[in-house]
Design a protein around this ligand. Structure first.
Ligand code: ADP
Ligand code: MG
Length: 286
């Protein structure tokens, strides 16, 4: 018997418990700006996403685009400013955000889903009135940054039921008719909750939550919502990691049983998270 073939069969059999557990499960995947830069890696991530669909799960992709938005802002002579990981968004910045997120990144990811053999459909939170927002309260004025007030996940449910892979840009609508910029982590967390997802998986450019943001060896492999809250309060979790942890807290509060923060730069991180018990990155539990 060919050893290599036997190995392959074994790999599939080892996946069986996970295939059984997650058949029909909705997996909300946040794909981060910082982990999205390398084209080959990106193709692999989308391949993983499409594989999940073909083995009977319902992947829903929510993407960021921070680095590309910042680059475009600088090209147009605007300096990006962040407060607690949120981008201060004036009207002109909102135009840039929408152009880059919907006009470029979303299209690009849909094409990558298609290239991997899936059927991608690009949406923003305005489509189907999915993400309704109110202006984000904050000690400083963040401009057109939206805090999600209501999620109508119906359009996502319709699409996944028909075999499509939704690719969602974090843009929302306000009752005032304005378009708002939403942090992609927040959008993913709320959407995971509204969809009663089985998992929220956040792919970024760090190994997970670090006890010391400057030391990659201080990975926290699992923590509770309460510990997550404490890490934000103590300042151990800062900048772009704050909305990620908040997204996990939101999803958990809505009944999503487990959230994961995983290194999107590691090839096939998504498959390793879903199909093994080893547990890569940080798991956040209620
Ligand atoms: P993304 O584009 O994936 O949303 P962000 O830059 O917004 O990425 O957020 C991830 C960043 O959060 C990391 O690159 C890291 O610099 C920062 N960070 C802050 N605190 C922590 C922490 N405790 N553990 C890990 N990363 C942290
Ligand atoms: Mg971010």
């Amino acid at each position: 018997m060919n050893e290599d073939l036997r190995q392959r069969a074994n790999t599939l059999i080892e996946a069986l418990p996970y295939l059984r557990e997650y058949w029909g499960a909705t997996m909300v995947i946040k794909y981060g700006g910082a982990a999205m830069v390398e084209p080959e890696l990106k193709a692999m991530v989308l391949q993983d996403v499409v594989l999940l669909r073909y083995v009977g799960m319902y992947p829903v992709l929510v993407h960021g685009g921070g680095p590309e938005i910042s680059e475009m802002m600088r090209r147009l002579g605007k300096e990006p400013v962040f407060v607690r990981g949120l981008r201060v968004t004036d009207a002109q910045t909102m135009d840039i955000v929408e152009m880059v997120l919907m006009g470029r990144i979303n299209q690009d990811l849909v094409a990558a889903v298609n290239a991997a053999g899936g059927k991608g459909v690009g949406l923003s939170g305005k489509h189907g009135k999915m993400l309704k927002v109110a202006k984000q309260p904050c000690e400083v004025d963040l401009g057109l940054v939206g805090a999600i007030a209501a999620v109508d996940p119906a359009i996502v449910g319709t699409l996944v039921a028909q075999g499509y892979v939704p690719v969602i840009a974090p843009i929302g609508f306000g009752e005032d008719g304005q378009t708002y910029n939403i942090n992609a982590d927040h959008a993913a967390g709320k959407l995971a909750g509204a969809l009663r997802a089985t998992k929220l998986i956040v792919l970024s450019d760090v190994p997970g939550i670090l006890r010391d943001a400057r030391d990659q060896k201080t990975l926290v492999s699992s923590l509770t919502a309460e510990q997550g809250r404490q890490m934000i309060a103590s300042g151990q979790v800062e900048s772009g990691m704050i909305p990620k942890v908040e997204a996990c807290l939101d999803a958990l509060a809505e009944g999503v049983p487990r959230c994961h923060l995983v290194d999107g730069r590691a090839p096939h991180a998504l498959l390793m998270e879903i199909f093994t018990d080893v547990g890569i990155g940080t798991m956040v539990l209620p």
